[in-house]
Write a protein that binds this ligand. Structure first.
Ligand code: 9UX
Length: 69
């Protein structure tokens, strides 16, 4: 299991936190996603044999948020 923390721009309320977490957990290979509004960080645990970090970042973008550099 891999763990990554990704900085995400555009999370402004608790609804954003929930929608980003749901978007990630619904992806096969993602076992948990925890977004923190104050730090704008999303911690994701995933199986790198099933999903790549690039696809995780794409899921964040598809949900309407942007991944910070
Ligand atoms: Mo809150 Mo976020 O009303 O996509 S849900 S700003």
């Amino acid at each position: 299991m891999e763990r990554v923390e990704i900085r995400v721009d555009g999370m402004t309320c608790g609804g954003c936190v929930k929608s980003i977490q749901n978007a990630l957990v619904n992806r096969e290979g993602v076992s948990s996603a925890t977004a923190d509004l104050d730090s704008s960080m999303v911690a994701v645990e995933f199986d790198s044999g099933v999903i790549q970090q690039s696809a995780i970042e794409q899921a964040i973008t598809d949900a309407g948020f942007s991944v910070a550099a």
